[in-house]
Write a protein that binds this ligand. Sequence first.
Ligand code: 13P
Length: 276
Amino acid sequence: MKNKPFLLVANWKMNPLTLKEADRIIKSLEKGIRAMNKKDFFQKIDLVVCPPSVFLGRLPNSSGFNWGIQNIHWETRGAFTGELSVKMAEDARCQYAIVGHSERRKFFGEKDQGVNQKILSVLGGNLNPILCIGETKEEREQNKTNDVVKNQIYQALQNVSALNLPRIAIAYEPVWAISNMSNPAIQSSNNTYLNTADSPDDVMGVTILIRKILSQMYRSDITKKTKILYGGSVSQRNIDGFLDTDILDGLLIGGASLSMFEFLPIIKSCYENRSK
Ligand code: 13P
């Protein structure tokens, strides 16, 4: 039996398109969890749903999972058209904020410095940050994964006190491994899979590296309390491989979290793994 709850985060991204549809997804999620009939479910699984912000505070939640916001601004208030502050997310019942997702970095020009400002702002409030890091396909092919991961963590955690480490989750999401759920695995020349989820072995290697980076930065035992997650094309087909590594504290799930056909078996596998 593992003592801390497994952090299972559903990132809906820019889906679904209507409140009605979002409501339908949440209701089938709740129904699925109820049907599992596990009294200790939420002691084992910290389930976090991150819907589009416009739906936050407007969806049912009778079962006890948590809410997260997909992006946040670093300023507390003011003339920042289109942005949302930490207080607003808290007011909409969020406990978590995703920071530095690769889609934010790629499509909206987010840089490490801004990611750091957001982390500091989230920690200044009552939200827990889920910091996303990960290399691109080109960086992976050039064997730069370790350097990229190290650099992103160093930059994102500038001026973050060790005392805050238990509140932080670091999600390793290789950019090339995102949104490939339905692709067949094609092995590239250097033996890595670049159009599917990452391999559990490689994820294990990066998880160990992240722990090492944290202990170099902080030289303190408290780094063990930072949660390390994997994200990128997790599905009911490959979930067991990730859980079997026994090294991850959670998962960040995109596409599969919108379909209860996919997500409920994933949730069940996580619960069973946590109950061993
Ligand atoms: P997919 O699970 O759709 O690959 O998305 C992963 C992700 O980006 C979660 O933040």
